[in-house]
Design a protein around this ligand. Structure first.
Ligand code: DX5
Ligand code: ZN
Length: 218
């Protein structure tokens, strides 16, 4: 069986304490740190940009997984790579030239991720298999944490796993991951589970033990 990685989304962390929050979740045993960048245009919410990512980077020992919910995206790739992102994920829906976008990400030395909104099919992935290191299946409409898991995405994930087979491409699942939904997505072939509210609930920088319990429960 595939090793499952947990990637807490700092969208659910204390925005005034990102450094300490990243250190706390790593100390509590997470695998990757998932960083949600939103522009108020591609998605109806705004978070932060590359300078915040660079500041966070100093507090992350492991993989910094940057999810770009921005359009246009190409002109910002170098800045996010320079911020120290290990994985940079762009949305298929963010522009007409996803192939070029993925090429540009790889050219920086970062791993290239491709995210699909819930209403987007997997057909395009077949033409990008040699261009991606990760495919992110959104199980909520992107923009906010704490939304309800969209069940119809499980079949999509299973079809994506069949398409990817044993290629070294991660299937990441983002949105609504809980103790209840995590086994479903793992069985459907996901190997990186992003979880925001489910990891950060009940804990804080001052009291981070619940983060660890939440990670282990997922
Ligand atoms: C949604 C973000 C997610 C979000 C997940 O737009 O991409 O990473 O933080 O939050 P939960 O786990 O609370 O659904
Ligand atoms: Zn995300």
């Amino acid at each position: 069986t595939r090793a499952i990685k947990i990637a807490p989304s700092i969208l659910s962390a204390d925005f005034a304490n990102f450094g300490a929050e990243c250190e706390a979740i790593e100390a509590q045993g997470c695998d990757w740190v998932h960083v949600d960048v939103m522009d108020g245009h591609f998605v109806p919410n705004i978070t932060f940009g590359p300078s915040t990512c660079a500041a966070i980077r100093k507090h992350i020992k492991g993989v910094m997984d940057v999810h770009l919910m921005i359009a246009p995206v190409d002109s910002y790739i170098d800045a996010f790579a320079a911020s120290g992102a290990d994985v940079i994920t762009a949305h298929l829906e963010a522009g007409p030239h996803i192939h070029r976008t993925l090429q540009a990400i790889r050219a920086t030395g970062a791993k290239a991720g491709l995210a699909l909104n819930p209403g987007t099919g997997i057909d395009a992935v077949a033409h990008l298999l040699d261009m991606v290191d990760l495919v992110c299946v959104m199980t909520v409409n992107p923009g906010f944490g704490g939304q309800k898991f969209i069940q119809s995405q499980v079949d999509k994930m299973r079809a994506l796993r069949a398409m990817i087979g044993d290629r070294p491409i991660h299937i990441e699942i983002d949105g609504g991951v809980t103790v209840e939904t995590a086994p479903l997505v793992a069985a459907a072939g996901a190997d990186v589970l992003v979880a925001g509210s489910a990891v950060f609930k009940g804990g804080s920088v001052a009291n981070p033990a619940p983060y660890g319990a939440n990670i282990r429960a997922i």
